[in-house]
Design a protein around this ligand. Structure first.
Ligand code: IMP
Ligand code: MG
Length: 179
């Protein structure tokens, strides 16, 4: 869906936008694990010096809707300009939880920078200040995004059918890794 050169171009564009918006300093909050690869490339492309911290939450169960913080920030974000780095905003439920959780800590500002936006599936309206790519309603893997813990290391974002992966987790591997 998005190859390596396109991804790098999108990341550079986002880094320019962040660097010019936050010339007074920035806390980059990396939401584990999906945004790891994106965030690593993004912060290295900034021309400002960010503080980088990590947050991990449990994936919400579709049935319960409950989420909890598994690894909290070390940094106190009160009074700071904060950008939440996300891999993909889909329904917006996770983003809403994170914005609520971090918003209570009274940052000076709080915005989302997401690599991918699948807005066609949105349930909760989600203000997205920085967006890399708008994608269609297809499941995707690669560049941090996983299916059952695999494929995060791919240097591209690829559409993949979960049903095909369930039947054979290696179904796409040869083509994805150029084998
Ligand atoms: P939301 O709360 O529905 O917006 O969930 C977004 C989160 O679900 C992302 O941060 C991903 O971790 C995960 N996710 C949603 N769609 C995909 C996908 O197509 N591939 C891999 N992970 C996904
Ligand atoms: Mg995942």
């Amino acid at each position: 869906m998005i190859d390596g050169p396109e991804l790098r171009g999108g990341v550079r564009r986002l880094a320019r936008q962040l660097s010019s918006t936050y010339d007074d300093g920035l806390v980059v909050v990396v939401v584990l694990k999906g945004s790891l690869i994106f965030a690593a490339d993004l912060v290295r492309a900034l021309t400002i010096e960010p503080e980088v911290d990590f947050l991990a939450i449990s994936s919400y169960a579709a049935d319960s809707g409950r989420v909890r913080v598994l690894k909290d920030l070390d940094v106190d974000i009160a009074g700071r300009d904060v950008v939440l780095v996300e891999d993909l905003i889909d329904t917006g439920l996770k983003a809403a939880y994170l914005l609520g959780e971090l918003g209570r800590r009274e940052p000076a500002s709080l915005q989302i920078c997401t690599l991918l936006d699948r807005s066609g599936r949105r349930i909760l309206p989600t203000p997205l200040r920085f967006v890399g790519f708008e994608i269609p309603d297809e499941f995707v893997i690669g560049y941090g995004l996983d299916y059952h813990g695999r494929y995060r290391n791919l240097e591209l974002v690829a559409a993949a059918e979960p049903e095909v992966l369930d039947a054979d987790p290696d179904a796409y591997v040869a083509q994805l890794y150029g084998g």
